[in-house]
Design a protein around this ligand. Structure first.
Ligand code: ZN
Ligand code: ZN
Ligand code: FE
Length: 796
């Protein structure tokens, strides 16, 4: 008889709520080993006993064949004395208040469940809340760990005997599927009119399929419906109905900012957008993000869905309810008349957090919609849709939220318990400990009390889920960011007794986030090219066109755009024409009436502006690259005033992308001292020659697309030449060039820049896990704080 041995195996990672225990059970049967498997707060623990070769095969298969949603971080194996058992069983969960458990993000309906959803013989036929251990809501319904039904918002739904039997059967796909439910025992769909007046037309409130049909009838007729989803409410209308889309804009008070759409399937998407193989893979991935795709023109999509944009944000159905919305034939005519593309935008006002509770929705969203499609499964955590672009065959995150959060970014080294509160716009926070950085879902713009309240709740939730109590807080240097003030207040209130507070420079945090997600150890510095709209500089000016030599602990500012006036601060940001006039003035270029921004500026405002500039009254200085994009957008005449952040830059990119095929000839160039060998003072990049050339082109009647493209190429060329020069001059070895900051969400610019850097033989890093915009800031903040304490820096 072969020698029998026993091992204790611990598996950590995303191993709970993903069907790991039934998988282990099945594996044990197959390998003919005895023992048990269970969940605790660390992950999954297993004891197996059998012949040595069987145990070996078991351990190999454990990793190689893990269930689709599992993410294994670590497997540890310890030999223990054999117990001569013969059976294998699943043991009860053991809750221990320890950190280290990973929670799965919410994931799209799996193929098995999709088949059942449309199988008339299945007991869950057309049931909008069908799910199994391989799919469904997770993060947004989980209140605490361990992930068990009583600690989720499924607690109020006792399972019927059929569901209970599945739940208890280790060989069933729904074994220990915490959100398991069926039409008999689970959540219900309801339809409700938004006002009594609307209800007076005869249709009554309805449940389940009738609710769905009522909502579809309304959407078909051009109505707007608030639909409760996984992480919050969507406002939906037919995307091909120009009138409906415009009405949605009017009611929401959203003038130009693009709406995302949801399309029935890939084939439908291809009718109105270009879809590469990588983009198709991302659209159909388990996270189901909104993917920014290049529009096909003309198409049947209403023009006001994404005006001024060459891209459209598209997602595919991810909840069973979404699938039903697109696959429910009209019962009268028998044909599928419902829209195959719906606008699906967050159910909220302006920059307030997404609405998640039924009563909140009915109260707050009633003026925006004609009716509600509700259900009675609570959303514990609000979570917006994620937004991605594809660059170089990989994800370029614009907003990392549903489907990704709270999955951590793995850090290059262990950090102490840290809470980094991020910036102000597109805010996220990061709770980090050891080698995990748990990035929060998208919090929105931290400029109102509602967002702050949501932020505080989310922090408390993360603390509970990951059992991390911060010993240090990190925030931006900007004294007026609400997040900074919040961190200072928390510190003063001793929310975490003994915790310290550290303030980190904005662009250093951007660059560090890039280093962290690429798992650089920080031994060698990177050349961080950080271009964004606004970041507080330690000299009191506003930075944003920065080239930093940086490690985790510190940085040296090697080059920056020449600081130029921002007359009236915010007033100049919202009115690119005003900014353009100020920069022309500062560069000594006359205000020619023929120039679009001069024509857009009323004469009275011109004379006030002139005096303001001469006296330098209320003019902060900024080296922002984002602002240079605004100025150029105004000069070519594409955008004089903006209604959403970065609108001018987005529209300028669209112009440049449309001129991609053209040979645009001469490039513009920045002025800088190419002979300078002195790194003691930062090099100044002067946009005057570039602006002068653009003005010349515009006055000569050059096409806006040509000017826009020349400008993009000039920025790319400047970055490449500058990096080559700085790498040559540096006495230190440089690990890579890192392209971060919101300006690098511009794929056109990114393509041109990385191509030139590759040609110059420089290793180049771009974002793949966290956004280049301020949504990625917290990751950099968290790692800087820990590194400063332990690693030190070669910069001071
Ligand atoms: Zn499933
Ligand atoms: Zn049931
Ligand atoms: Fe930034």
């Amino acid at each position: 008889m072969a020698a029998i041995s026993r091992q204790r195996i611990t598996v950590t990672g995303v191993v709970q709520g993903v069907g790991f225990r039934p998988f282990v059970y099945g594996l044990a049967q197959r390998m003919n080993v005895s023992g048990f498997v269970g969940n605790d707060s660390h992950g999954v623990f297993i004891e197996v006993e059998g012949a040595i070769h069987a145990l070996e095969a078991f351990c190999n298969a454990l990793v190689a064949e893990a269930p689709p949603l599992a993410y294994i971080d670590e497997v540890t194996t310890v030999p223990i004395p054999a117990q001569a058992g013969t059976e294998f069983f699943i043991v009860q969960s053991q809750a221990q208040p320890l950190h280290g458990t990973l929670i799965s993000p919410d994931l799209t309906l799996c193929d098995d469940c999709l088949l059942e959803l449309f199988d008339p013989a299945n007991r869950r036929y057309r049931y909008p809340f069908i799910n199994c251990t391989n799919c469904g809501p997770r993060f947004t319904i989980t209140k605490d760990i361990p992930y068990d039904r009583p600690l989720t918002t499924m607690a109020p739904f006792p399972m019927c005997s059929a569901c209970q039997a599945e739940y208890e059967n280790p060989l069933d796909r729904r074994f220990h599927a915490q959100p398991n439910a069926c039409p008999r025992c689970g959540p219900q769909l309801t339809f409700q009119w938004s006002t009594a007046a609307a209800a007076a037309d005869g249709t009554e409130e309805a449940v389940q399929d009738a609710a769905l049909l009522a909502a579809l009838a309304l959407l078909r007729g051009g109505g707007i419906v608030a639909i409760k989803g996984i992480g919050g409410f969507h406002l939906a209308c037919a995307a091909t109905d120009e009138q409906a889309v415009q009405q949605m804009r009017q009611r929401k008070g959203r003038i130009d900012k693009p709406f995302a759409v949801m399309a029935a399937d890939l084939e439908t998407v291809r009718r109105f957008a270009h879809v590469s193989a990588d983009e198709a893979a991302l659209l159909t991935s388990r996270a189901r993000p909104i993917v920014l795709l290049r529009k096909k023109e003309p198409s049947s999509i209403a023009a006001s869905v994404a005006p001024g944009n060459h891209c459209i944000g598209v997602m595919l159905p991810y909840s069973p309810l979404h699938h039903l919305l697109f696959a429910t034939p009209d019962r009268q005519s028998g044909a599928a008349h419902q829209p195959s593309v719906l606008v699906m935008t967050s159910g909220n006002y302006a920059s307030e957090p997404i609405v998640r509770h039924n009563d909140e929705a009915v109260r707050q969203l009633a003026p925006l919609v004609d009716a509600f499609l509700l259900h009675n499964r609570d959303i514990y955590v609000p979570c917006d849709d994620s937004v991605m672009r594809v660059f170089g065959g990989q994800e370029l995150p614009i907003r990392r939220s549903r489907g990704y959060a709270p999955f951590p970014v793995k850090l290059p080294f262990a950090v102490e318990p840290t809470l980094a509160v991020g910036g102000e716009l597109k805010s996220t926070f990061c709770l980090a400990h050891e080698r995990f950085a748990f990035m929060s879902q998208h919090m929105g713009d931290m400029e109102n009390l509602e967002t702050l309240a949501a932020f505080e709740q989310a922090v408390a939730h993360f603390e509970a889920l990951f059992r991390i109590s911060p010993q240090q807080l990190v925030c931006d240097m900007h004294p007026r960011y609400l997040s900074t003030q919040w961190a200072q207040r928390w510190l003063a209130q001793e929310r975490w007794p003994g915790a310290r507070l550290l303030q980190v420079q904005h662009h250093h945090a951007h660059v560090a986030s890039m280093m962290a997600e690429n798992e650089l150890d920080g031994a060698m510095p990177v050349l961080g090219v950080c271009f964004d709209g606004t970041g507080y500089g330690p000299d009191g000016t506003i930075w944003g066109g920065e080239v930093l030599l940086a490690d985790y602990g510190g940085y040296q500012r090697l080059a920056h755009l020449k600081p130029l006036p921002l007359p009236g601060g915010d007033a100049a940001v919202k009115r690119p024409y005003r900014l353009a006039l100020a920069w022309l003035w500062a560069c000594g270029i006359p205000w020619d009436e023929e120039l679009p921004p001069v024509a857009a500026c009323p004469p009275s405002e011109r004379s006030v502006l002139q005096r303001q500039l001469e006296r330098s009254f209320n003019c902060v200085q900024t080296s922002s690259m984002g602002r240079l994009f605004d100025v150029v957008a105004a000069l070519v005449g594409v955008r004089q005033t903006i209604t959403y952040e970065a609108q001018a830059a987005v529209e300028l990119e669209a112009l440049a992308a449309a001129a991609e095929e053209e040979d645009v000839g001469n490039l513009y160039s920045f002025g800088w001292d190419r002979a300078s060998a002195n790194l003691a003072h930062p090099m100044v990049l002067d946009p005057s020659p570039l602006l002068r050339a653009i003005v010349g082109d515009v006055l000569a009647g050059a096409a806006p697309g040509v000017v826009a493209r020349r400008f993009h190429l000039a920025v790319a060329e400047m970055v490449a030449q500058l990096c080559v020069q700085l790498v040559q001059q540096s006495k230190q070895q440089i690990a890579a060039v890192a392209l971060s900051g919101g300006v690098f969400q511009n794929v056109h610019l990114l393509e041109q820049t990385t191509a030139r850097l590759h040609n110059a033989g420089l290793r180049t890093l771009t974002h793949r896990q966290v956004p280049a915009n301020d949504g990625g800031l917290a990751l950099g903040q968290a790692i800087i704080a820990s590194a400063r304490a332990t690693l030190g820096t070669s910069f001071e």
